[in-house]
Design a protein around this ligand. Structure first.
Ligand code: NAD
Length: 475
């Protein structure tokens, strides 16, 4: 029987006797089971979080930091075990899984250093006015399957640091490493401060609707984000939504194809393209289009798609069958429409594992589904452009606004173009970089609010203004 992983509720690892299978996407074998929770377990976790909030909100930042750093240490001390488990459930190659675990530990520790000082607005002989930040209360965190560990700690840490308590729900596809972390951190904070419960997608709406949860922090698809916003409106829960993207990369004619080909490849294909901020549409200036597209295709030919636990694998499988079917559908659509493929395109549905060959499309039209929709898979459409004005308009012609990139030998020009893109993050001559100190915020339908940095932390608080009239003392 596959190993069973328990939930963390009120400081204890527990289960309810009902189990969900977790499947390795490379082998399609069941590699673990997790509790299938519903309303009763959610109620227990929320009431533990509510009880813990009474005292946790009064703790000092230093006390909270100590608990958060214990979490960072538990993750980094167990990197080896955690990254292997992450590869087994998520599919990403060992090296990338190791990067996610080490990156999560780094983000935990870096964010522990953030602060929320009171702001003294006025202080004179007549009055003092001070704005402080108070925690919103019990947070419901909902996480997707592409970066399960990074996203989990990205919900837990700012909640804890701000003085909130949290009930976190991992994706049913990738709960194992998160529940192993739950076991490792069960004693890091007082019981009830961090609770982690698992269940099907149907557990999500129960969290959104729960009357004793004050805020939802969610990462996932735009479609689900809209449902959460709707559900949260019933009692005006605070929300932070990190949603989908269809990020454009713009390659200017002065960029050296030899220098950028490999970086562009990995901007699209890291984690099998299942990254909200992956390069999902790549616009290349017509002067260098042929040379650069050939160079990117050449990189693809030297990268192995396979089981992430095997040495030499560069790109793993798609994480789950539903997403695999969607990516295959987009490829089939491109074939039906007669678009040209530089690499890939031939999916073998008879094999074991959700593998899709590295697929690069040669200049499909702007209204192709693979260009207009978020593919979230190892398919990279390359498009030709002629003028700066035209490419900026094409890049911005999207309901999404998560991130984007500009590649150019002229840094000032890169910044000038970056400032015209309608997205929350824009990279010049780099890709996929986020920092713990700057806000990560989707524009348009890519999100609501921000994560990371002080802005991310503020999302877990209400402002409270204390006004003292010094000349009206009733004594
Ligand atoms: P998803 O929206 O299907 O699921 C995300 C989480 O929400 C899961 O835990 C799921 O169980 C839960 N859920 C499902 N239905 C729900 C509902 N009605 N109410 C509440 N919760 C519900 O997304 P996914 O397929 O797991 O992830 C892929 C998507 O996530 C992509 O669109 C990707 O771009 C996006 N994403 C965004 C970011 C970001 O930071 N902006 C990061 C990673 C992924």
């Amino acid at each position: 029987m596959a190993k069973q992983y328990k939930n963390l509720i009120n400081g204890k690892m527990i289960d309810n006797g009902e189990w969900l299978d977790v499947v390795n996407p490379a082998t399609e074998e069941v590699i673990g089971q997790v509790p299938a929770c519903g309303q009763a377990e959610l109620d227990a976790a929320v009431s533990a979080a509510r009880a813990a909030f009474k005292t946790w909100k009064k703790t000092s930042f230093d006390e909270r930091r100590t608990a958060i750093r214990a979490i960072g240490k538990a993750i980094s001390d167990n990197t080896d075990e955690l990254f292997r488990l992450l590869t087994a459930e998520q599919g990403k190659p060992h090296q990338q899984a190791q990067g996610e675990i080490m990156g999560a530990a780094y983000m935990v520790n870096a964010q522990a250093d953030l602060d929320l000082e009171d702001e003294l607005n006025i202080d004179n002989e007549k009055e003092s006015i001070r704005t402080r930040r108070v925690p919103v209360g019990v947070v419901g965190g909902i996480v997707p399957w592409n970066f399960p560990v990074s996203m989990a700690v990205q919900k837990i840490v700012p909640a804890m640091l701000s003085g909130c308590t949290i009930v976190l729900k991992p994706s049913p596809f990738t709960p194992l490493a998160t529940l192993r972390i739950a076991e490792l951190i069960a004693d890091a904070a007082p019981p009830g401060v961090v609770n982690i419960i698992t269940g099907e997608d149907s557990l999500g709406p129960l969290i959104t609707a729960h009357p004793d949860i004050d805020k939802i922090t969610f990462t996932g698809s735009t479609a689900t984000g809209k449902k959460i916003m709707e559900g949260a409106s019933a009692d005006l829960k605070r929300i932070t939504l990190e949603l989908g993207g269809n990020d454009a990369s713009i390659v200017m004619p002065d960029a050296d194809p030899k220098k950028v080909a490999e970086q562009l490849f990995w901007a699209s294909f890291t984690n099998a393209g299942q990254i909200c901020i992956a390069a999902k549409r790549v616009y290349i200036h017509e002067d260098i289009y042929d040379e650069l597209s050939a160079a990117i295709a050449e990189v693809a030919k030297n990268v192995t798609v396979g089981d992430g636990s095997e040495q030499g694998t560069g790109v793993g499988p798609i994480q789950n069958k539903k997403q695999y079917d969607r990516v295959v559908e987009l490829i089939e659509d491109a074939k039906d429409k007669g678009y040209k493929f530089l690499t890939g395109g031939d999916v073998d549905p008879s094999g074991t594992g959700y593998f899709v060959p590295l697929t690069i499309l040669d200049n499909p039209p702007e209204d192709a589904r693979i260009v207009a929709e978020e593919q979230f898979g190892p398919v990279m459409p390359l498009m030709k452009f002629s003028t700066e004005e035209e490419v900026i308009a094409r890049a911005n012609d999207s309901d999404y606004g998560l991130a984007g990139a500009v590649w150019t030998a002229d840094e000032d020009k890169g910044v000038e173009i970056a400032e015209q893109l309608e997205t929350g993050t824009v990279w010049v001559n780099q890709f996929l970089k986020l920092t713990p100190h700057t806000p990560f915020a989707g524009h348009k339908q890519s999100g609501f609010g921000a994560e990371y940095g002080k802005e991310g932390l503020l999302e877990f608080t209400y402002p409270q203004v204390i006004m003292v009239n010094k000349q009206n003392v009733p004594a």
